[in-house]
Write a protein that binds this ligand. Structure first.
Ligand code: FAD
Length: 451
């Protein structure tokens, strides 16, 4: 297939998470030269890993869904699809002192945290949202809090939905649009059964496969090299790294918007969209256990004074051969990077995590804990404001050669690798259109494979 063979076109990609890796890979497939700048010493971004007892484990839990079409098709391309293992999973709900399975309509009818009329209303409301609400975009201007209250009533909202929204967005829980909530609910519970997928070697294997393709196609990967400056030139953009300015035809930034604004100079500094977007960060405590803890992949936790909002036991999906027989439990707290919660010491979090397990499972035997690790990420997901659709950043900063493939563009899609694969691929189409001087961007990659 003919490509844009333009040896003079060099594009800088800022960030080596999935968005940066896919951007670089797709650009190289189109015959465009790439230099990828990554601040840390490893690729994969939030899909980063650590080694324990000769096994590679994820810092943050990652699985895919069988509806993740762009990601699955990338895995086909990378010859990894054959290694995906699909696993039916379940969800539990710890509500104050009681634990409930939360998977079937019968589970909902037995959910003792709500009165019987509230359970019935919840069942009808959930069916209404997943089966009858088709136009999610109409919910962009309404907060999830107002919309859920109107469907489920104030008491169900207070008991069920408010704690779940707060768990994700903290004090800003009542600012997030209903469109985000609808999109999430219809993605996760769209099918009759909850099935999650794990590619052999985890998301690290995807990052590794992309990195070797990038290098094989001649791309340059610069680890431990944060982009520190960016400004426009007559023909393109210059990027500063390690004190040196290098010229590029264009840039794709995958950085959170406030970080991009920080490094952007001149006109671009003032043009960065959503530069004051607030992001949630996360603290993840990973417990490496000698035995299985509980029956579900994910448990939501609503418990007064409890320091975690959820528990994910990934080894319901991740095979034990991958972890050298160890079971992995992630306790998470989504919080703002500037909060007191985020900055608590590792030893405090480790102590809290072990205490938390005893509080959830009074018979929990601490001697099954092999190791406890703490990981933090300052920028996980924007706290989406209402009417975000109109202000959602475009793929290109207007009139410039600076392009975006970042989580700030994900809304209303879920913040996940699947979404970022799609966004990065779309952005590369726009970059290539700019590089061949087309005024109207092509809508697909195929349109760009010019003779
Ligand atoms: C706890 C948790 C659970 C999740 N679960 C799932 C899941 O189950 N499934 C799923 O698909 N997704 C999941 N996600 C979401 C997923 O991790 C993100 O959607 C995805 O990683 C975003 O990728 P990205 O490349 O846009 O950003 P990132 O992964 O954040 O990558 C950005 C990169 O830019 C680098 N960088 C920053 N500043 C600079 C600079 N100045 N110069 C150069 N590089 C820079 C960073 O070091 C980083 O490597 C989860 C996330 C978290 C935190």
């Amino acid at each position: 297939m003919p490509t844009l063979t333009r040896p003079n076109h060099q594009v800088a990609v800022l960030g080596g998470g999935i968005s940066g890796l896919v951007s670089a890979y797709r650009l190289l497939q189109q015959g465009v030269g790439v230099t990828l700048f990554e601040a840390s010493d490893a690729l994969g971004g939030l899909g980063g890993t650590f080694e324990y007892n000769r096994a590679v484990m994820e810092q943050f839990y990652h699985v895919m869904l069988n509806s993740d079409a762009p990601l699955l098709s990338l895995l086909e391309e990378l010859d990894l699809a054959g290694t995906i293992r699909w696993q039916e999973t379940g969800m539990g709900f710890q509500y104050e002192e009681a634990f409930y399975p939360f998977n079937t309509p019968l589970d909902l009818l037995r959910f003792g945290a709500l009165t019987i009329p509230e359970r019935l209303r919840t069942a009808v409301g959930a069916a209404y949202i997943t089966k009858f609400v088709k136009n999610g975009a109409a919910l962009d201007g309404i907060t999830a809090a107002a919309w859920l209250t109107s469907i489920f009533g104030a008491s169900v909202f207070q008991k069920l939905w408010r704690p779940l929204l707060t768990a994700k967005f903290g004090d800003l829980y009542d600012t997030v649009p209903a469109y985000w909530f609808w999109s999430r609910l219809t993605r996760e519970k769209g099918g009759a059964k909850e099935v999650k997928g794990y590619v052999e070697g985890g998301y690290r294997a995807i990052a590794d496969a992309l990195a070797s393709e990038i290098v094989r196609m001649g791309g340059k990967v610069r680890l431990k090299t944060p982009a520190q400056g960016l400004h426009e030139t007559a023909g393109g953009v210059q990027v500063n790294a390690e004190g040196q300015w290098d010229p590029f035809s264009a840039v794709i930034s995958t950085l959170p918007m406030p970080l991009l604004q920080k490094i952007a100079g001149g006109r671009i500094h003032g043009e960065v969209p959503q530069s004051d977007l607030v992001y949630q960060g996360v603290v993840n405590v990973v417990l490496i256990l000698k035995q299985r803890l509980q029956p579900y992949y994910w448990n939501a936790i609503v418990k007064q004074g409890f320091p975690f909002q959820g528990l994910v036991e990934t080894t319901h999906v991740v095979p034990l051969e991958q972890t050298n027989g160890r079971h992995l439990v992630y306790l998470m707290n989504y919080c703002n990077k500037d909060s007191e919660t985020y900055s608590r010491s590792d030893s405090d979090w480790k102590f809290q995590a072990q205490k938390a397990l005893t509080s959830l499972y009074p018979d929990f035997d601490q001697s099954v804990v092999d190791e406890v690790k703490v990981f933090r990420a300052p920028f996980v997901e924007p706290v989406w404001p209402v009417n975000y659709l109109a202000d959602r950043p475009e793929a290109q900063i207007s009139g410039s050669k600076v392009f975006l493939a970042t989580t700030a563009q994900a809304y209303p899609r879920v913040n996940a690798w699947n979404t970022m694969v799609e966004i990065a691929s779309e952005t590369v189409v726009k970059v290539c259109a700019e590089l061949v001087g087309r005024s109207a961007p092509a809508s697909t990659m195929d349109e760009l494979t010019l003779a």
